[in-house]
Design a protein around this ligand. Structure first.
Ligand SMILES: Cc1ncc(COP(=O)(O)O)c(C=O)c1O
Length: 355
């Protein structure tokens, strides 16, 4: 018998072209991170608490202190909060709890790739519907989708990555009314936007909101995300989560970060200003640009191939995201909003590349 490793049962990888190349450049505007470090006082507080940490002991399995503080931030009790290693882990827990090989999971492309990717990993059938020309999920699309697919899980993303628009209020309300299963609204970028679905939690026990510390809290390296939902839904997420999933340091880091809400808001405001600059700069060039409520902007060069333009930018040490092979995004690129200097350098490099 030959000694070959067994074949894995799971065969779907992330769609080709999804992962951003990790190349060394001066200006990194490819993964929607914050260009600003978190507050220095937060780092000092963290170092202090860690120096007193009991690292021979497992962390609090319930992450109760952190959930309590996050709950307070949103006017909710800890029973309506669940935490994970980044919001990707939260999305995984939602799918483990509410989908299996007999389930349909509904997504509206173009959207965040991990929703459908993790749905496939848990063996669910992904039912893809399409956004309209302005990247909106219309009430008509919701009706059609729910009637056809009767999905156990519906994913929205507001603001939607990579298109930047908020989901329509009416569409989410209609989905909550009609859905036979849970309705997830991924709000990873919501602090950059003009509205959220938080209020809807009071009215619907089917709604799950997904949030992260990776973007507005400038803590992508910590890997911390959370879900807000009805307490029974939270218990279901807890039931499929590995024991002690969230390490002691992440729990402390998240709890302490919440003492720096003003600093977080200052960073968000600075980025919203740079977003306006970036939008105007793009609008003056030979590209189509879509309005954004997030910390990234989608655009399409009118007379150059996106992948060529991407390379021309890399050659000038500017890295953005080539979205041109993603569903429904022919010849599109996505740029993260950086600090003042990064936006200037990007616009100069882009202008030069477009000739
Ligand atoms: C819409 C959306 N949701 C979730 C995530 C995952 O974020 P994290 O796992 O860092 O919390 C991202 C990351 O880019 C995202 O764009």
């Amino acid at each position: 018998m030959t000694d070959t490793p067994p074949k894995p049962k799971f065969h779907v990888g992330l769609r080709s072209g999804y992962h951003s190349p990790q190349v060394q450049v001066a200006i990194r505007l490819n993964t929607n991170e914050s260009p600003f470090p978190p507050p220095i006082n937060w780092q000092n507080d963290l170092a202090k608490e860690i120096s007193n940490g009991q690292f021979n002991r497992y962390p609090d399995r319930q992450a109760m202190a952190l959930r309590q503080e996050i709950g307070l931030l949103h006017g909710l009790g800890p029973e309506m909060v669940w935490c994970g290693n980044g919001s990707n882990e939260i999305i995984q827990s939602i799918l483990l709890a509410y989908a299996n090989s007999e389930s349909n999971v509904m997504v509206f492309e173009p959207t965040y790739a991990l929703h459908s990717h993790i749905a496939k990993i848990v063996g669910a059938n992904v039912c893809t519907f399409w956004r309209d020309d302005n990247f909106q999920v219309t009430p008509e699309a919701i009706k059609k989708g729910i009637n056809e697919a009767s999905p156990d899980v519906i994913f929205f993303c507001s603001p939607n990555n990579p298109t930047g628009n908020l989901e329509l209020e009416d569409s989410i309300d209609l989905a909550l009314e009609m859905a036979p299963g849970v309705v997830v609204v991924d709000e990873a970028y919501v602090q950059f936007a003009s509205s959220s679905c938080l209020e809807k939690l009071k009215r619907s026990s089917r709604l799950i909101l997904v949030r992260t510390f990776s973007k507005t809290w400038a803590m992508a390296g910590v890997r911390l995300g959370y879900a807000l939902a009805n307490s029974e839904v939270i218990s279901s997420l807890a039931a499929v989560t590995l024991p002690y999933n969230l390490n002691t340091i992440s729990q402390i880091a998240g709890r302490l970060a919440l003492n720096y809400q003003n600093e977080m808001q200052e960073r968000v405001s600075a980025l919203v200003q740079q977003r306006s600059r970036l939008t105007s700069g793009l609008a003056s060039l030979d590209v189509k640009v879509w309005p954004s409520e997030a910390n990234f902007i989608l655009f399409r060069p009118n007379s150059v191939e996106a992948s060529k333009l991407w390379q021309l930018l890399v050659d000038q040490s500017v890295l953005i995201r080539d979205a041109s092979t993603w569903p429904g995004l022919d010849n599109c690129l996505r740029v993260t909003v950086g600090n003042h200097d990064e936006v200037t350098r990007f616009l100069e490099a882009l202008s030069k590349s477009l000739g």
